[in-house]
Design a protein around this ligand. Structure first.
Ligand SMILES: [Fe+2]
Length: 405
């Protein structure tokens, strides 16, 4: 430290009789991030291999694309090109945006005939009509919320090996007690303490969904997967958990989220969101954000407790629907009424203004006696079989624990 100037506020490095401001030297001790054309080409083909595995369109498939006018059109051309190579000509239904809350009646006869569906529409996962088409007709669906720009093929998370994500998910599934009731408990050092009391049936119904089995490709009948694969299965999901639409799931306690989609920066104030019997009943705090959330969230219901599983998703990017970095949680809430704040700040959000995602990067999650996540670190990242699998692709620490910003 003797080479630093004495005045801490000055923060300069003495050098050769002069001095340099420290901020001018940032990064000079680290390797350059620059890649040459050949390296970029290799990385691009690496990502393309994952892309081709996902869009596993076969010669006898009937492909329907449910799209919107805001998506990068090159994405649609890229998928159509893969289909053309199999002699498949897609039918595309394009809407002004993705905020489609149910499949329109006019579209149903088109969708009914599909065997493979690529969709940007919000209703894809929850509309019972879509659920039935997958369950009864075996339609394979790829949701492309995380692939709205073809340039994402250059992002590190597009190259992350799907096989490792599958193993992370299966190992996390293995930490849930099977065939018995258990409490899913979420805590953090801010005082959050929320529980979801799961019956054996609820628990198993969730774990029996394709993504919890580690199936992240659209190669099996009934598949519902995301491309780019980043969003794992949900730690809790209302859909498979309930038997009837107005069922009350015992979700109780208080959560202090660190951030929420649609807010420019993480919350400075400790804002509490209290749940009682499935619904938000109180939002504490005095800041501007607390006032907005109070107006937005009272009466809303938890529909998914999402968790990231892709270690190369930029850790602190929470748009459009929560960070998909391992161990980061998003609390997906269905609002009691549409939110004017969301309409103003995100008029073209990929989700309709009756939904909100609260985010926490540092939660500890237990399922019965077992830890799934500790302070926002997904326990499965250090499982010996995951580490051994990662070693096939590179250095496990780099692949699993070096999270891009
Ligand atoms: Fe989600």
């Amino acid at each position: 430290m003797e080479t630093l100037g004495n005045d801490a506020a000055d923060f300069r490095l003495d050098s050769g009789g002069g001095s340099v401001a420290i901020e001018r030297l940032l990064g000079r001790g680290l390797p350059l991030a620059k890649q040459n054309d050949a390296q970029r080409l290799e990385l691009h083909y690496h990502a393309l291999s994952n892309f081709m595995k996902m869009f596993d369109i076969r010669s006898d498939d009937r492909l329907v694309l449910l799209t919107d006018r805001l998506i990068d059109p090159r994405v649609i051309n890229a998928i159509s090109g893969v289909a053309a190579a199999q002699g498949v000509r897609p039918v595309e239904v394009r809407m002004p945006n993705t905020q489609i809350e149910a499949i329109p009646d006019d579209v149903k006869p088109i969708l009914d005939k599909a065997t493979f569906v690529v969709s940007t529409w919000f209703c894809s996962v929850i509309d019972p009509y879509c659920v039935r088409l997958r369950a009864e007709q075996g339609q394979r669906w790829v949701k492309i919320t995380y692939f709205r720009d073809l340039d994402l093929l250059h992002a590190p998370h597009a190259r992350f090996p799907v096989e490792i994500m599958s193993q992370l998910i299966r190992n996390t599934a293995g930490r849930y007690p099977r065939d018995k009731a258990c409490s899913l408990r979420l805590t953090d050092h801010r005082g959050s303490d929320m529980t979801v009391e799961l019956t054996a049936r609820m628990n198993d119904a969730n774990l029996n969904t394709n993504r919890w089995r580690g199936e992240l490709l659209a190669n099996k009948p009934g598949a519902y997967v995301h491309y780019i694969p980043t969003h794992g299965p949900n730690l809790y999901e209302r859909g498979p958990a309930i038997d009837h639409a107005d069922q009350v799931v015992p979700v109780n306690g208080i959560v202090y989220p660190q951030w929420a989609v649609g807010f420019e920066r993480p919350f400075v104030e400790r804002i509490g969101v209290r749940f009682a019997d499935d619904r938000v009943v109180e939002v504490t705090g005095r800041s501007e954000e607390a006032v907005i959330l109070r107006d937005m969230l009272i009466g809303s219901r938890l529909i998914e407790l999402g968790c990231g599983f892709n270690p190369k998703w930029p850790r602190h990017t929470i748009y459009p629907a929560g960070s998909n970095s391992p161990g980061v949680l998003h609390y997906g809430l269905d609002l009691a009424k549409p939110s004017d704040y969301i309409k103003k700040t995100m008029p073209n959000w990929e989700e309709p203004p009756v939904h909100m995602d609260l985010v926490a990067f540092d939660t500890t999650v237990t399922a019965g006696p077992n830890k799934l996540i500790t302070n926002g670190f997904l326990e499965a990242l250090r499982d010996p079989d995951v580490v051994a699998l990662a070693a096939r692709y590179g250095d496990p620490v780099d692949l699993l624990e070096s999270w891009p910003e």
